[in-house]
Design a protein around this ligand. Structure first.
Ligand SMILES: [Zn+2]
Length: 362
């Protein structure tokens, strides 16, 4: 599930400000106490979420009956992606059926491994060991918080793939490119091309000077090759923000990273970009997702629907208007032939009592 965005900035601005609430059940998966870390879309009905499970760092597949992130989902399986000492899984991104995620040592916070999982068939996720690599690179000393991998982003860039790996709170971002255009080719490898440090960065061109403690990094590439990183965080006063940075990479000079946009999003029912947060591109529309802190019997997911216009959907056969920001279970079951998405809250002849519980005239 991906698809190139013709205009990343416009897509970012079209993400809905309010999260639609869904939930999932954890099944037999148990956390070791570490919180949820990263989230991405595997297919129409499936999300992947990274966490620390009792056996190690894990990626869980969560299936929804109709549409991922709407209604009640359930953890159907999980894959261990890191074992002792790499027990802490970070933010992730899925591109062309490949999930990239960092796993860190949970005690000293001085080394990590970047792991790749083929999730093209969500029923049979498979590790791609040939792509994985450890940090620090061979010959470099371990340095606390420098070589962790709290957030990993992956996107196709022209004929190859671009990978971004964030250190602790993404204070530094290292960029890597693949040598081949097929990540499943056993000869495919990533090599480092640039590193960027937020603390020494020139912020004079930024829309503001703040740089958050980002728990997710999402690489977005336009058809022109223009490259962006979208990132989510919760600030010191408990607000959730998503920020957009343009990235110019050069092998000769330092990368140029400029903060170009920011959005304040309203999370609900315990979800936050402090926990598992992410961005997904589905059919050319950019959406954002945030989850609750911990893996619980029933865990909250917030879907921030992108695409601007569609805040409502009308069933043209019955005339009922439903909310897409806070949809009832019926919305996921509507047949495409009889639905009309709209931004007009007065469309339709009747308002759904589940989507709009308060009286219209109240
Ligand atoms: Zn409804």
């Amino acid at each position: 599930m991906s698809g190139e965005l013709p205009d990343v900035l416009a897509a970012f601005e079209e993400i809905a400000p309010l999260g639609a609430v869904a939930r999932f059940e954890r099944g037999s998966l148990r956390s070791d106490g570490g919180h949820l870390q990263g989230v991405g879309v595997v297919d129409e009905r499936t999300l992947a979420i990274s966490t620390s499970a009792s056996e190690g760092a894990a990626v869980a597949m969560i299936e929804w009956p109709e549409r991922a992130g709407f209604g009640l989902g359930r953890v159907t399986r999980h894959v261990i992606v890191g074992r002792d000492p790499f027990l802490h899984a970070g933010g992730l991104q899925i591109t062309d059926g490949i999930l990239a995620v960092g796993v860190e040592d949970s005690e000293a916070h001085e080394r990590s491994s970047t792991v790749f999982l083929d999730v093209a068939d969500p029923a049979a996720p498979a590790l791609l060991d040939h792509l994985g690599f450890d940090r620090p690179p061979r010959g470099e000393p371990r340095v606390e918080k420098r070589w962790t991998a709290g957030a990993v982003g992956l996107a196709r860039h022209g004929d190859v793939y671009l990978l971004a790996v964030g250190s602790w709170d993404s204070a530094q971002i290292d960029f890597y490119v693949s040598n081949l255009g097929d990540l499943r080719d056993p000869a495919c490898r990533f090599r480092p091309v640039a590193e960027w440090d937020s603390r020494s960065a020139d912020r004079s061109d930024w829309i503001d000077r703040s740089y958050g403690s980002y728990q997710s990094l999402h690489v977005l590439v336009e058809a022109t090759g223009a490259t962006f990183v979208a990132a989510g965080n919760r600030n010191r006063i408990g607000e959730d923000w998503i920020d957009l940075f343009s990235v110019e990479l050069s092998e000769e000079t330092e990368p140029k990273v400029v903060k170009v946009a920011k959005r304040h999003l309203t999370c609900r029912e315990g979800a936050s970009f402090r926990w598992a947060g992410g961005f997904v591109t589905v059919d050319g529309v950019l959406h954002a997702i945030a989850t609750g802190r911990d893996l619980e019997p029933s865990t909250t997911v917030n879907a921030f629907v992108g695409g601007g216009g569609a805040r409502y959907v009308v069933n043209t056969r019955t005339g009922t208007i439903h909310s897409l920001l806070d949809p009832c279970p019926y919305v996921a079951r509507m047949t495409p032939d009889h639905l009309l998405t709209t931004n007009d809250p007065t469309a339709g002849t009747e308002r759904c009592g589940f989507c709009f519980p308060e009286p219209v005239d109240a």
